[in-house]
Design a protein around this ligand. Structure first.
Ligand code: ADP
Length: 491
């Protein structure tokens, strides 16, 4: 078993799935949860299949009429209790997250706060779901719009943000009056189950939230069940673009509403008028957070000729200062990658770039002392189109920096991607700021900042990075149907 700090509340280490308000093994063999830092088992959870998914859908369907009939204020009060419990148990939630995901404890704590913020935000929004009375074109009829919850929802989530990717979906769903079945990533089910435990304690009724755990193979079967179900009216998925395509296809026969947060390949442009030190700081934050394993992490840096040498030198110095280690150790800023396949992908991207002429300025290998899945923070200069790293999502701690000489050239290069999630640029010229922000074909643009996510902002992408928005005042719309009432006979 992997050593991690003793939890203040041992009951938060839940090792059963949560269906219809009850903890269940489902009579299935266990799925081991591995700490990527040391390969030890943190705990084991049930490896459920489509039978359990059906049970969870049934439970959610039974819970829907009563839950959706409550007032928004009533739902908000329960959600507020859930939020308070998350914050009160933040240390334990963070410890569980670092144990199963590997990120530094300080990042896990940040994610607990970030994840909880969606519950707080949508609890507040629950009270503000209002319809509309539109101006009528008939004197004897009235045109009224009401909003209603879409019904039973499903969510499939990834391992890189084990709490916030779940709360970003559950919170707007339950605030709107929907009920939901969540299938967390096979690598990180313990954070999801701890969340369910706190929802249970907050008094959220049985069946409103269900968590079905499964390994990678059963995840496919469960995905099929959730997509094929005529009861499930909405599927929200965060993960890779290839899986997003599969799920979209599987949702077609039942014409389900879908929200997709898929892959990214963020460009980060440093113009010649930028504050270089601020750009380096933003670059480090955007690239190395969570060991580069986020869909909004920069994958391509573009630095202008005039400041190129200074930028790459300072970026390499910054990367070399990042302390790598077990996420529980003091001062660690970068943990392990999630699994061996992730390390292999990073190695492949780095060796391909070097073979094709990139210069290695920092890192470039598995950490010599720590070994395993610990990869050194890496900086490659002189990267160019045609290298794998310039088109495939790396999902690792590698910066690739390319030189450019004018605005039109760099905007074309930045937009030359099938992805359209996050983008970043640094400039102090107000005209350029507006021009570039409008021309970047991305759902999100960080201007003079490398950190863009919070609960108030609409998170989401265009092109093959997905559809729909999470968080913000727009996030609730995903879970609401608009109904038009044509009221006649008004004489
Ligand atoms: P990653 O490569 O980051 O693990 P994936 O897209 O493979 O991203 O996985 C994200 C989530 O999607 C996980 O919960 C995983 O179990 C689930 N998943 C993967 N493949 C499928 C599939 N074919 N059908 C349904 N869910 C899937």
């Amino acid at each position: 078993m992997s050593a991690f700090p003793p939890l203040n509340d041992l009951k938060l280490l839940r090792t059963q799935a949560y269906i219809d308000g009850r903890w269940t093994d489902g009579g299935r063999p266990s799925l081991d949860v591995i700490n990527p830092a040391d390969n030890c088992i943190v705990g084991s959870v049930p490896n459920l299949d489509s039978v359990a998914a059906e049970q969870a859908i049934d439970a959610a369907a039974r819970a829907f009429p009563a839950w959706s009939a409550r007032t928004g204020k009533d739902r908000a009060n329960l959600m507020r209790k859930w939020f308070d419990l998350m914050m009160a148990n933040a240390d334990d939630l963070a410890a569980l997250m670092t144990a199963e995901q590997g990120k530094p404890l300080i990042e896990s704590k940040g994610e607990v706060t970030y994840g909880a913020s969606f519950i707080e935000w949508f609890a507040e929004e629950a009270k503000r779901v209002s319809g509309d009375v539109l101006a009528s074109t008939w004197t004897n009829r009235r045109t009224v719009v009401i909003k209603q919850p879409v019904g039973v929802c499903a969510a499939i989530t990834p391992w890189n943000f084990p709490i916030s990717m779940i709360t970003r979906k559950i919170a707007p769903a339950v605030a709107a009056g929907c009920t939901i079945v969540v299938k967390p990533a096979e690598q990180t089910p313990l954070s999801a189950l701890a969340l369910a435990e706190l929802a249970h304690r907050a008094g959220i009724p049985a069946g409103v939230i269900n968590v079905v755990t499964a390994d990678a193979d059963n995840a496919v079967a469960i995905g099929k069940t959730l997509c094929a179900s005529t009861v499930v009216r909405h599927l929200s998925f965060t993960g890779s673009t290839p899986v997003g395509r599969i799920l979209m296809e599987q949702c077609a026969p039942t014409v389900k509403r879908i929200g997709l947060e898929l892959g990214g390949h963020a460009p980060f442009i440093v113009f010649e008028d930028a504050d270089i030190d601020a750009a380096v700081k933003g670059a480090l934050a955007s690239k190395y957070r969570n060991a580069g394993q986020t869909c909004v992490c920069t994958n391509r840096f573009y630095a202008h000729d005039a400041i190129y040498d200074e930028f790459v030198r300072k970026l390499a110095e910054g990367a070399a200062r990042i302390k790598v280690g077990n996420g529980f150790d003091q001062g660690v800023m970068q943990g392990p990658l999630i699994d061996d396949a992730a390390v292999e992908k990073v190695e492949r991207h780095v060796s391909d770039a070097i073979e094709k002429g990139a210069r290695l300025l920092a890192g470039g290998r598995i950490h010599p002392e720590l070994g395993g899945r610990f990869y050194e923070p890496t900086v490659l200069a002189d990267t160019r189109k045609g290298m794998t790293i310039m088109s495939e999502e790396t999902f690792g701690p590698v910066s690739a920096v390319t030189r450019f000489s004018n605005d039109a050239e760099v905007i074309a290069a930045a937009n030359d991607s099938e992805f359209g999630l996050a983008s970043y640029f640094y400039s102090r010229d107000i005209g350029r700021v507006w021009r570039v922000a409008e021309q970047l074909q991305y759902g999100m643009v960080g201007i003079n900042t490398g950190a863009i996510s919070n609960e108030v902002a609409p998170f989401g992408g265009i092109k093959q990075s997905g559809m729909g928005r999470e968080g913000s005042k727009y996030g609730m719309d995903e879970y609401l149907d608009i109904k038009y009432l044509c009221m006649g006979g008004i004489e």
